[in-house]
Design a binder for this molecule. Structure first.
Ligand SMILES: Nc1nc2c(ncn2[C@@H]2O[C@H](COP(=O)(O)OP(=O)(O)OP(=O)(O)O)[C@@H](O)[C@H]2O)c(=O)[nH]1
Ligand SMILES: [Mg+2]
Length: 348
């Protein structure tokens, strides 16, 4: 069976026309010589009609492609709308509607000018009318210029999202920057997010799969979130919040216990508290990562501090050294409701 492409994949291939580029194409086409069979009469008038038809066909096919490919707002999932909002596009439906409207305006113009040219008195008038037609088309496109730019932003932002399946369970890996989210996701799933010693290495939502028996779990890497009020978060951090809110069946929250961590434990715990409060209905698993960097005493101290804000079981691992990663996975898989049998097939 051929798998249907997801919306994001379709959008990755879509090119929103750019006004200047379209303008150049139209002018080039308009200047191209028109070859007609010898038998054709009223050659000047026919050439003008051919030119008008060609211009209309270029513009109409661009608009048609857009209208056919762009999803309706009602087909977008809440997380798509959230991503558009983060890109300051809250009027997606209006933009697409405007393009549809302009397509109809262009069709009318084309019909009117064809008739006018057909009833022109001589080839000079036909030529003047075909020029006028191009001018009117340009002015319609110029009015759409800003909408094309915003649509381009919308398409780019939406196509950065991975193809999320509705059926397969999803875990979202979250935490402050640099706690090792991407290292963990790389290790346990098919995703290959970049890992580096600098905060905000991950700037987008990244999806990987973890195969267990015949099932697959969607593992989602997110950008780090800083400990600050929601209204102060930047658009990159807000993508992580969006993933937590809309995509997570289960949240795996990672903590860096190292005294010299990029962000102090107190801030990490504030964030953990905010996340559990903000997403009350969601199951959250907490794992201390980078245990290879700290002593047992420090580990106990960190566990004690976490327990002040989180009541569940606290796991430990080192994603870099591949220590106890399997234990974390077991907890994840168990919480997602997989059977003990499935757990047997897990290995890191
Ligand atoms: N010692 C040690 N280092 C680790 C471990 N896990 C990750 N690191 C290192 O921590 C740094 C950050 O790792 P990332 O996986 O990029 O962290 P992240 O949470 O995805 O960071 P952002 O994308 O910036 O939010 C890298 O230098 C990793 O090699 C671990 O278990 N032990
Ligand atoms: Mg990362």
């Amino acid at each position: 069976m051929v798998e249907k492409e997801c919306l994001e994949e379709v959008l990755r291939k879509l090119k929103v026309p750019e006004f200047q580029e379209l303008r150049k194409r139209i002018l080039r086409k308009f200047r191209e010589p028109v070859a007609l069979p010898k038998s054709v009469k009223k050659r000047g008038m026919v050439k003008s009609i051919v030119r008008v038809d060609k211009i209309y066909s270029i513009v109409n096919s661009e608009l048609e492609k857009l209208i056919k490919t762009l999803p309706r707002e009602s087909d977008l999932k809440p997380y798509h709308l959230e991503v558009l909002k983060l890109a300051s596009i809250e009027d997606y439906r209006d933009i697409v509607g405007k393009i549809r409207g302009m397509q109809a305006v262009l069709r009318r113009l084309w019909r009117v000018y064809r008739l006018k040219i057909k009833s022109s008195v001589d080839s000079a008038e036909a030529k003047r009318l075909s020029r006028e037609f191009v001018g009117r088309v340009m002015s319609v496109l110029r009015r759409l210029r800003h909408d094309f730019d915003r649509l381009n932003t919308a398409v780019r932002e939406l196509s950065k999202l991975p193809c999320i399946e509705a059926g397969a369970p999803r875990i979202v890996v979250a935490g402050m920057p640099q706690v090792g989210k991407s290292t963990f996701v790389r290790l346990i799933s098919t995703a290959r997010p970049e890992v580096s010693p600098f905060p905000f290495t991950t700037k987008d939502i990244i999806l990987g799969h973890l195969h267990i028996g015949f099932s697959r779990i969607q593992v989602i890497d997110t950008p780090g979130i800083l400990d600050r009020p929601l209204s102060k978060l930047n658009p990159v951090e807000r993508k992580a919040v969006m993933a937590l809110k809309y995509l997570a069946d289960l949240v795996l929250f990672l903590i860096d216990p190292y005294e010299g961590a990029y962000y102090p434990l107190s801030q990490q715990l504030n964030l953990l508290k905010s996340v559990t409060e903000m997403f009350k209905g969601k199951e959250v698993i907490v794992a201390i990562n980078k245990i290879d960097l700290v002593s047992d005493d420090r580990l106990h101290e960190v566990e004690g501090r976490i327990a002040e804000v989180y009541k569940g079981r606290i796991l430990r691992m080192s994603a870099l050294k591949k220590q106890f990663v399997e234990e974390v996975l077991r907890e994840v898989v168990k919480k997602l409701g997989f059977s003990e049998n499935c757990l047997k097939s897990l290995s890191v």
